[in-house]
Design a binder for this molecule. Structure first.
Ligand code: ASP
Length: 322
């Protein structure tokens, strides 16, 4: 356990805070109803650790917004700067947890842990998974030497860069793909398999720019598939040329296999790129990364999934206020 003594739990909503009409109902619930202080009431702190709670938002994470992300990053930074705070835990819905985790790692890359946790069953379930996940997340946040943004679910610790929701119903709904999990939480102890996410000094600049930016750039994701067309790209381009407010500034193409695109979509994407739209290819495969081939005309996002590539591109396109 760390010499720091406080773990701060930030509530954002999700199924972990969900309520159903009956204990036997694991899917017909309303997410984001139970407050974070109430979630904590059922969880005992590890020895020597005191807990504090703050409600940042109360949403079903399918409805996550940039506004909440901005507030969340700001609150994480403020708490992490407190000398007696060992780490921060965030209770979050499972649906966009990997996006929030990747976003926070991009703008904080902290030298203390920020641990996202969640539940697949509502708080009112016969056997809710939230309390154990929350307890495990607190253990990770209080672990000496832990750092970076990670996710904890079903006893497994995942790095923000690798974590993906892979199952619609199973309690162990997350996976780290090729990289494998960062570790496990077993009976209140972390068994680490890999290094914690690296501290990145350049995150501070992204954090400042993100907080100060008057608006976040619009980046859309389009999927390449059999008989794909370029018509949506062309419609977005037309609106851009006509001076649409919040016109598209970036496109992420969810590409097949090793980053390949249907030729119609590729031709349209090249037209967009020539018009000044930032284009990035990300593979739609669940595992692996795009291995660069010579003479590619469109950049690739390596191992990033389309949703994470979108965040990377948005942060790249963010402008400081004039
Ligand atoms: N729709 C819920 C959410 O993401 C699902 C969950 O938390 O499991 O908030």
């Amino acid at each position: 356990m760390s010499t720091f003594s406080r773990v701060v739990v930030l509530g954002t909503g999700g199924t972990i805070a969900g309520r159903a009409a009956s204990a036997g109902d694991n899917i017909g619930y309303t997410a984001a109803e139970v407050g974070v202080a109430q979630l904590l009431a059922g969880v005992d702190a590890p020895a020597g650790v005191t807990l504090a709670a703050e409600q940042v938002s109360q949403v079903d994470s399918k409805d996550m917004s940039f506004d909440i992300w901005r507030r969340l990053a700001d609150r994480c930074a403020a708490w992490l700067a407190e000398p007696d705070v060992a780490g921060v835990v965030i209770t979050h819905g499972t649906d966009t947890l990997e996006e929030t985790a990747y976003f926070l790692q991009s703008v904080l890359a902290p030298d203390k842990p920020v641990v996202l946790t969640c539940a697949m069953r509502p708080a009112t379930a016969l056997a809710p998974d939230g309390p154990q996940n929350l307890r495990d997340a607190i253990v990770v946040a209080a672990t000496a030497g832990a750092r970076g943004v990670v996710a904890v679910c079903a006893g497994t610790v995942h790095a923000a860069a690798d974590v993906q929701k892979v199952h619609t119903y199973r309690l162990d709904a997350f996976d780290s793909g090729d990289a494998g999990p960062l570790g496990y939480v077993e009976e209140g102890e972390v068994r680490r398999l890999r290094e914690w996410p690296a501290v990145d000094a350049s995150a501070r600049q992204r954090f400042e720019t993100m907080l100060a930016a008057p608006a976040w750039p619009r980046v859309e994701i389009l999927v390449s598939h059999a008989d794909a067309r370029g018509t949506i790209v062309d419609a977005l381009l037309l609106a851009r040329r006509q001076g649409e407010v919040e016109a598209v500034e970036g496109l992420v193409l969810a590409a097949t296999g090793n980053g390949t695109l249907h030729r119609s979509l590729e031709e349209a994407a090249l037209r967009a790129q020539a018009d000044g739209v930032a284009v990035l290819r990300a593979t739609r495969c669940m595992q692996g990364r795009i291995l660069p081939r010579p003479n590619e005309k469109l950049r690739d996002a390596g191992a990033l999934t389309p949703v994470k590539a979108r965040i990377a591109l948005m942060l790249e396109l963010l402008k400081s206020p004039a």
